[in-house]
Design a protein around this ligand. Structure first.
Ligand code: ADP
Ligand code: MG
Length: 618
């Protein structure tokens, strides 16, 4: 139920709890709300400043984080301490981003493993969740300053292609920033909502959402019927956007003035100056035919025609993606009823023309393309607040459901506010060699440690055939049927052994108790996420110690005695760190141990290969 309060200053009625919509973008982020009087979505901004907050975080020498426009000025001059594009790292492991390692000018821990990435700034390690939470905190603070009321509830948007882990990471970032994330909404869906699409029940439409931002391009084909949005297909290029337009202009000027790539690399002021002016030129050319500016005694100039020819290959690439997404949705351009333009880069007239030509119809660009996603998130927030009665809200789960994993952590399978009926499955594996049973403990609640949540059920999956640790594949599935009954099933996929149990999650919980559990999760979010990070760091540390131990016993012949000593010392140091409460220290010791053992692994590999070759010649 929405609570109503009275604004003392104006005497008008206002909702005491505003739910905000947040576009957490790769390049820019912003907050929007439904204006209480006009009932229209509006982006929040301070007087005479932009609604957009650059998604950039700069850490000063003391480790204090600053987010936004000021942080952006350090992009070229203080690369190690300036984090951009944190969104690209959400829910990713080291292998996922390896191919684009050079893109990140700050230190992404580059261990060749499948653990989640971390960013190192000075002596500290940050997860992408923590980094995103800095941005969300800034947005929350701005919104509170502008609205002059606490903001604790939000709808946050994510790209349609985000997987479970990335969505959960986004929720966690919100929680860490002190926000109760009521719903994660797909960016293209939000954009469509901002245009009022899908708000009438009888409506039946196929919509293409073309989103060209700063560093990414997404095309999504949506089917809207009976107020339900279905993503038919998505396509795009996660490394193509307006920044590439800027780079094309920089290169054009470099050629003109005979500046080489090496000179640019060596001179950060030059690189920064050119990039800033290139972006300025690009934006200017969205409304004029020529651009020129005096800089360091030279004139930097470019015409619209030149700019358009520079970006033509990039536009062609995006259209190729559009073609593919139509094909995947089994549709023709003519089947698309509405085309919606999203992202700051669609302000470029050549982009609009190209897309309009491709789909053979005028495109929708009336709503500010860099605000449209946040505005749609605000529309969704308003529906959740119950202010838009016409819009049907499907039945949802009030609290998250999950199971206990290593170290007593809660692993959420069905996040709160999921539509029911719903079904989710996730794979787990064993910790110990030859482990034959696995305990599945089912919990409900929003806290990170299961001991703070409510236990619903527990059972043992037995009869797992003896296998080395990590080999069994145990799929745990949660199914909530239309009556709200949860069926939990665990199945070892290699052997087929399975076990299941039925629970009624809401049984015995009053509305007040649900509310209390939610409030607790927000009050304790900071501690919870810190504990989770510590537990994860410890688990990682323990695993590395175990693996190293095994490796040393097996390969002692290829390791020199002095190497054995340094390794043992590094292991001891890690062992000691594990007993302390400092995740950064654990990460540091893990790094140091890895640093020492990395060459051993290569040696072992060479030995194995030469051994195999020897085998052949005999
Ligand atoms: P994201 O969704 O990636 O966070 P945005 O939608 O905010 O990003 O788009 C940012 C990009 O839009 C930047 O590359 C910026 O230079 C570009 N942009 C903003 N305004 C204009 C304009 N008037 N003309 C051309 N490009 C623009
Ligand atoms: Mg965007």
């Amino acid at each position: 139920m929405a609570k109503i309060g009275i604004n003392i200053a104006t005497g008008s009625l206002q909702q005491s709890e505003m739910i905000v919509g947040i576009d957490l973008g790769t390049t820019n982020s912003l907050v929007a709300i439904i204006h209480p009087e006009s009932k229209n979505p509006v982006a929040l901004k301070e007087h005479n400043s932009s609604s957009l907050v650059p998604s950039v975080i700069h850490f000063d020498a003391w480790g204090n984080a600053e987010v936004g426009e000021t942080a952006k000025t350090y992009l070229e001059t203080d690369t190690q301490n300036t984090i951009f594009s944190a969104k690209r790292l959400m829910g990713k492991n080291y292998n996922d981003i390896k191919e684009h390692a050079s893109f990140f000018t700050y230190k992404v821990i580059d261990d060749d493993t499948d653990r989640l990435v971390k960013v190192q700034v000075g002596e500290k390690f940050y997860s992408p969740i923590e980094l995103s939470s800095f941005i969300l905190k800034e947005l929350k603070a701005r919104a509170e300053h502008i609205l002059k009321t606490p903001v604790t509830k939000a709808v946050i948007t994510v790209p349609a292609y985000f997987n479970d882990a990335q969505r959960q990471a986004t929720r966690d970032a919100g929680k860490l920033a002190g926000l109760d994330v009521l719903r994660i909404v797909n960016e293209p869906t939000a954009a469509a909502l901002a245009y009022g699409l899908g708000l009438h029940k009888e409506e039946d439409k196929t919509v293409a959402v073309y989103d060209l931002g700063g560093g990414t391009f997404d095309i999504s084909i949506l089917k809207i019927s009976n107020g339900i949005f279905e993503v038919l297909s998505t396509n795009g290029d996660t490394y193509l956007g307006g920044d590439d337009f800027d780079r094309a202009i920089v290169q054009y000027w470099m050629q003109e003035f005979g500046i080489t790539q090496d000179e640019l690399k060596a001179n950060k002021e030059l690189a920064q100056g050119l990039r800033l002016r290139a972006e300025e030129a690009k934006k200017h050319l969205s409304n004029s035919d020529t651009f020129s500016v005096e800089w360091n005694g030279d004139t930097l100039a470019i015409s619209k025609a030149t700019f358009e020819s520079l970006i033509q290959p990039l536009l062609d690439k995006t259209l190729q993606c559009c073609k593919q997404s139509l094909q995947d949705a089994k549709l023709n351009a003519a089947d698309i009823d509405t085309v919606v333009m999203v992202g700051g880069s669609t302000r470029v007239p050549a982009v609009k023309n190209a897309v309009s030509n491709f789909f053979g119809k005028p495109v929708h660009d009336e709503v500010n393309p860099d605000e449209v996603v946040a505005l749609g998130a605000a529309v969704q927030a308003d529906i959740l607040a119950g202010n838009n009665k016409e819009f049907l809200l499907l039945d949802i789960t009030p609290l998250s459901l999950g199971i206990e994993t290593m170290g007593g952590l809660m692993d959420v399978l069905i996040p709160r506010n999921s539509k029911i009926p719903t079904k989710v499955g996730r794979q787990y594996t064993t910790q110990k060699d030859g482990q034959s049973a696995m305990r599945i403990s089912v919990y409900q609640g929003e806290r990170d440690l299961v001991k703070d949540n409510r236990k619903l059920a527990e059972f043992n999956l037995t009869g797992i055939p003896g296998m080395p640790a990590g080999l069994p594949k145990v799929e745990v599935s949660f199914l909530i049927n239309a009556d709200g009954i949860l069926v939990v099933k665990a199945k070892e996929l290699r052997s087929g052994v399975e076990q299941s149990i039925e629970v009624k999650p809401q049984y015995g919980l009053t509305d007040e108790e649900v509310e209390q559990m939610l409030m607790d999760s927000i009050t304790h979010a900071k501690d919870d996420i810190a504990t989770r990070a510590l537990v994860e760091a410890r688990t990682e540390g323990e695993q590395i110690l175990e693996v190293t131990e095994k490796f040393l016993t097996k390969n002692s012949s290829i390791i020199a005695p002095e190497e054995m000593i340094t390794t043992a010392q590094a292991m001891q140091a890690l062992q000691l760190a594990l007993t302390m409460e400092d995740k950064d220290l654990i990460h540091k010791k893990v790094e140091e141990l890895n640093e020492i053992t990395r060459p051993f692994a290569e040696r072992a590999m060479d030995a194995a290969v030469s051994g195999a070759l020897k085998g052949k010649t005999i």
